[in-house]
Design a protein around this ligand. Sequence first.
Ligand code: GTP
Ligand code: MG
Length: 648
Amino acid sequence: MTSKREVRILLVGDPGVGKTSLILSLVSEEFPDEVPAKAEEITIPADVTPERVPTHIVDYSSQEQDEDILQEEMAKSNVICIIYSVDDEDSIERITSFWLPYIRTHLGEEHKVPVILVGNKCDLMDFSTEEIMRPIMNDFAEVETCVECSARTLKNISELFYYAQKAVLHPTAAVYNSEEKELTLQCKKALTRIFKICDLDNDSILNDGEVHQFQLKCFHAPLHSQSLEDVKAIVKRNISDGVANNGLSLKGFLFLHTLFIQRGRHETTWTVLRTFGYDDNLQLTKEYLSPKIHVGLGCTTELSLQGLHFLKLLFQKYDEDNDGYLSPPELQNLFSTCPMMPWGPDVNNTVCTNHNGWISLHGYLAQWELTTLLDVPRTIEYLAYLGYQYLNDSQLSAITVTRDKKIDLDKKQTSRNVFRCHVMGAKGVGKTSLLQGHLNRNLRYVATLNKEHLSSFTINTVQVYGQEKYLLLHEVDVAVSDMLNPTEMNCDVACLVYDVTNPRTFEFCARMYLKHFLDSRIPTLVVACKTEHPAIRQDYHLSPAQFCHKYKLPPPQSFTCIDKVNKEVYIKLATMAAYPNLKRLVHMLLVQQNPLWLQEKIRSGAQHVRDIISRDDKIYLKIGLLAAALAGVGFIVYRMSSSSSSSR
Ligand code: GTP
Ligand code: MG
């Protein structure tokens, strides 16, 4: 995996140093006695180059071409070879007095195009110009390497072009600071992320098994156990804490890469970096972070089993004390391979935590489901940072795109696991308490929370006919105009909340229902909050119960959370979201611990139940589970007239 798909090499230098001869020697493998001023551009096909990339070689001759062309060619090139003649002092002097400054002037002082200094005609001299080149390499960071060769004897000709190719494909500057003789900060950061991802048991050591897996992933070949022992021995000899518990420490890992680069084996380090998504500037590529995902209209996104499995393993990896919760340092650690913490303090009030506010595994997975539903590109991006691709293929396998909701409605069944409920109500009716109650938090607890860190979302699982489903509650702030935008209407169930102690709160629910939900296919539940208090008559021409009856809504669901949270409301909302077709089953008394056979019956009977209803709209069904019936018969279907049910 390389980021460049071709390499363009430009040869420059004073007249007569042998540029054209070098190119022709490479191509014909013999020294041409007579050469034109300029060789035609040649292209070496990918399969005959060592790095398997098509390579263009471009000549320049001041005899034939003017500076405009030179500048144009410089701008197009990926690597520039400055040719000098080892027997010509002037041509050597001109490297620093003309060519290097000239390139900087036209490509920018901090340009990233590597330069190779090439001493041609070494057949004419006995001594090397290496000593003269070394200070130039120190002064000009863009100089990648220098090489001496001869077009006449063909010495080092193919090496020269190989170095040029390598300079492009495995640039040194990004990974190694030649002056300090150490890895660049960026490179250390990238390798540290890689180390953490590969340290599967999170013990800060890459043991033999982990190195083996790493090797397979990056190089598609196992490392022989003897080679591994040799590597460890080298590291051990050079830095004392590079090897611990017979495995590689982070220090040892970084040292190894420094060694690779110092020995000219940049490609080893680059192969590792590229396997983990880095480009030439050590930024993670867009393809790595954000593979395209298609989510059609009416579809939603959830975590697949594979995605959930990865995230669960990650939780377990970083829950160092195994207490089932992530303490703040553990959470910090979990996200240490990411550019920043994706979760702020409001997450603690969005999902279930322990009394310290630490997120449980359950809450952690719920938060990921929330992100995946609301902002799937973010989930995909963070999975990349977290190293999903190390153990799996593309992050797309972590995501399930559900089918269009219209199909679910038509087929009267859904395979979705995450449902969205929008909660609306007038000011102060108890929406936040309803949201927090979803996390099993009573009013007393909610009162202790920092108001700034409250969230307009909460998510938790709910049993729907014995199946675990996620219910996401979203408190929607309704504009003064009562308008809801399409996103605010985009939910599986609507929850309209009023306060039984405030007579001016039900009117809002009625208004919202009539304006937005009456003609929609969105099931709606009216919730009466604060029912530990007696209900006051609402200022509306219909009582809440009459209103619900008139519009065939389930009767108002009472809710209180002062001490113990009344959880029935969440089950009802989730059930209505999952089975919107059953919305006329206004009196379904859902009981959480349905015996299995009953769940099955309800599932398979859903169609049948619908039939009964469509035959007589006035029939209300009541599916109840009597406590005594647990021992024997399971559920009873009551047929009642609508009037008798609404008076309840
Ligand atoms: P311009 O196109 O004018 O910029 O020159 P150039 O850099 O292309 O040089 P060219 O290849 O034309 O070579 C100039 C002279 O040097 C020719 O006479 C070549 O035969 C000779 N020459 C090139 N390479 C070598 C070499 O490796 N050894 C020796 N001894 N002579 C060489
Ligand atoms: Mg020439």
